[in-house]
Design a protein around this ligand. Sequence first.
Ligand code: KG4
Ligand code: ZN
Length: 333
Amino acid sequence: MPTILAIESSCDDTSAAVMVDGEIRSNVVATQQVHEQYGGVVPELASRAHQQHLLPVVTAALHKAGVAKHDLDAVAFTQGPGLLGSLLVGGMFAKTLALALGKPLIAVNHMRAHILAHFIEDPRPEFPFLCLTVSGGHTQLVIVRSALDMEIIGQTIDDAAGEAFDKTAKQLGLPYPGGPHLDKLARQGNPTRFPFPVGAMPGYDFSFSGLKTAVMYFLKKEVAKNPDFVQENLPDLCASIQHTIIQTLLRQLRRAAHDHHLSHIALAGGVAANSGLRQALQDEAAAQNWQVFIPAFQYCTDNAGMIAMTAHFQYEANDFATQLVSSDPRLKL
Ligand code: KG4
Ligand code: ZN
């Protein structure tokens, strides 16, 4: 059974994890504060921060796991999708380490890893299951037939769900990333006070750009009448926006589960931390007789633990990469 070191550097979190026999021994994450002042991730700054963080993060992960470099059976890294510069830093590091140690290399797809994070801890979903992956960069509905056999049946045609949270939060003057702030304020608000349009797409696709525009015009109109409108109505605005995003997600999830006769429903990605979405999914589960699976928070947001889990499955399937493998910012599922 393998001992794997995994490295994740697809966006603005530098992470390393060690997995022994399918068990996580360490999962270290260094988040980058530098982007806050710009209200979004600045790719060039992200690459540089990865360069600074990577060696200390990998060293900490090995130390915490009590594993020496020579005991590793493979080195895994995120091949894509993500920011090219960020991916290159992690990819070059992993390749160099694998070459120096004479160990095999495993190239991991970040979106598969978000889904396979469900196998790090119990309760684990049963195949086949339906996974809704919602992050800052992606919104996908995926039928998962096995660890290595997945099919996207729906995805966003514009903004990702996390982006919808972050962009509307920005319009309300909340700090970046706005998702968690909006979530917190929404708890004290009325979700039906301001009705915004639910993005209704055919099939199982999603659209969130209409919401962003609707919020922008609505705020413009109200602020013209009352300059303090946002401050005076912040919890209700947050609750109403969050409610709309959740309804947009649930509408397609419900249809996909029904049409494909799937009752094991998994939630993945950073937006899975949203308290309103978690509650709505539990309520829906009770109504539809679903079994719902949501990983622990540290495995929902970007982390190398999920890369290690995916690498473990690939190791068992003899799916190794060569030194010629290249980072791919648009890697498909
Ligand atoms: O998966 P993730 O950590 O990184 C990406 O791969 O994008 O997801 C980050 C996204 C951000 O858009 C962030 O605002 C959102 O997840 N997020 C939330 C919450 N926590 C994180 N959105 C809404 N409510 C939350 N509690
Ligand atoms: Zn991610």
